[in-house]
Design a binder for this molecule. Structure first.
Ligand code: CU
Length: 164
């Protein structure tokens, strides 16, 4: 009698362990590693390197490196590191309805108009060396990552990626 009870319990225990292991793996989705970089606070910042502003991106003095740049729809986690030595940066996520157009920009404030550009989430104001995380569920489409500390977007601090 006792032995047969144990035989019934063992398979149940195995199923519970399997479900626990599968849970966190499925929930992870795509991980995007993001580096916020700059050439130092003493470098003069260009002012025409926002998306589709016509500037030469090879002149960027700061930027956002994100990998991978293409991913499947679903849960995406951005692991963001501010690799600067002396400057606060942030990462804002926005959907790009038309990647051929410039983003709405507030020239008098030297920053993107977040209300009009859209804000799907952000890792705001990271100190030099600090890290942060953002998890979102993304549909297929084009997206923009940018830093909206005044002057940073037009110094080249943005990048785009695609969700398929
Ligand atoms: Cu920045």
């Amino acid at each position: 009698m006792l032995i047969s009870k144990f035989r019934l319990l063992l398979p149940v225990a195995a199923i519970v362990v399997a479900a626990t292991l599968a849970g966190p793996l499925q929930a992870a989705g795509t991980t995007v590693h993001v580096s916020l970089w700059d050439k130092g606070a003493n470098v003069e910042m260009p002012t025409n390197l926002g998306m589709n502003m016509g500037g030469d991106m090879s002149k960027a003095t700061m930027g956002i490196k994100a990998s991978p740049a293409k991913m499947k729809a679903g849960e995406v986690t951005f692991v963001v590191k501010n690799d600067s030595k002396d400057t606060i940066h942030e990462m804002i996520l926005a959907r790009l309805d038309d990647p051929s157009k410039p983003e709405p920009y507030l020239a008098d404030e030297n920053r993107v108009d977040e209300d009009r550009a859209g804000d799907l989430g952000e890792v705001s104001e990271l100190d030099p060396g600090a890290s942060g995380k953002l998890t979102v569920t993304l549909k297929p489409g084009n997206y923009l990552l940018y830093c909206n500390v005044p002057g940073h977007y037009t110094a080249g601090m943005w990048t785009t990626f695609t969700v398929e």
